[in-house]
Design a binder for this molecule. Sequence first.
Ligand code: MG
Length: 382
Amino acid sequence: MKPPVITKIEVSSVEWEIEDCGPDGSGMVPTYNPGRRHPMSLLWTRLHTDAGVIGEYPLRVDISGMRDYLIGRNALAREEIWNDLKFVTNRQSAGIDILLWDIAGKLTDMSVSQLLGGYREKLPAYASTMNGGIAGIDGGLSTPESYAEFAQRCYEIGYRAFKIHPFPRPVIQDHVDTMLALGEAVGGRMDLMLDAFGYYPSFADALKVGRACDEAGFFWIEDPYFEGGASELGHARLREHLSTPLLQGETLIGLGSKMNLLISGATDFIRGQVHGEGITGTMKLAAAAEAVGADIEVHGSGPAQRHVMSAIGNSNYYEVVWVHPDTQCMQTTPDIYGDGYEDGLEAVDAEGMVDVPEGPGMGVEWDYDAIKRMTTGTKVVE
Ligand SMILES: [Mg+2]
């Protein structure tokens, strides 16, 4: 086959708002905040080739600055491009890699999952809550009881796993009470996870909440405390005191630094990021983790994550991210799909599973009209 050559990069800014969402008390993280609107954006990116095939995907980084490197290059040379860019512009290289996999799938009329050697067609999913709510605002996840009630509702929808992002509240006892309330409500029926995203300010706070997770039988604790999840020493020490496994690595980029976390005993599960290492790098990390008997958990929702996870045996759950009792308040991905694909609260079937898209490339149909309506500007380089 004559290799398809990259001819043009098109980047559109797409903007939308999440309703009933605004800053928490600290102003640091968006959370349930009735009447407020939280601005969101992504970069709808299309990589054209001289074969007429276009790689397209909503990205988080602008790759148009990579023009001098990309234009004229073989769009099937994913490994070469991944290696060229891995130390230079990591997140850009991840975005480029996703587009290249879409091109390869469309050229061969296979889904990315099939190209990767798809291991399964359905994925067990977890409901991953929005950040907890502000004390005193009803309807949000602002109390231990509200988390427990929402876990039960997710169980009834079909989910068999539930992960919380805690509320922005310094009272550690409230966090302890939340873990215990969840264990009481759904323990033994759902796998429970805590993603503190580095919220707890000290080792001691992480330890206190971690012990509550132990008592409630949690499945994992993710990024438990402030230092960003990179400290091998700190997390190895925390693991000495806890029985709940840790999941680390979301804040790091690069296979070496992630594997160091595993090998130094700082984590049990390792985080894979298609928007960090690309699809190519996530598959490499999965293989490296497999070689040391560890599982990789892929971060976030989207078609690319589904394809990657479908091709990995040592991975447990797909993340349906930012679900919330108020369904308005979780449009982290706008509705840009023309075929019913979705990642919201109701995305799972009665067994708590999501499907892997089956069409060529990323396997979904994009709603170009919706994308156009939300586009505020487009940049084209060729
Ligand atoms: Mg996380």
